[in-house]
Design a binder for this molecule. Sequence first.
Ligand SMILES: [Zn+2]
Length: 60
Amino acid sequence: MTDQAEKPQNPPRRCPICGKPAEHAYRPFCSPRCRDVDLNRWLSGSYVVPGGEDDEADPD
Ligand SMILES: [Zn+2]
């Protein structure tokens, strides 16, 4: 088989949350639920409130 010339039909993206094939409407996620999960993860993980140092910052 030689299907290198033609572009492969959209390779199914995997939902980064659950690994299921992503849904076009919610890509790169498979559902609004996973999208929400990612959002929450992002909000509680990467997004740090300035001036809110938690543990691991207590030299004393
Ligand atoms: Zn998912």
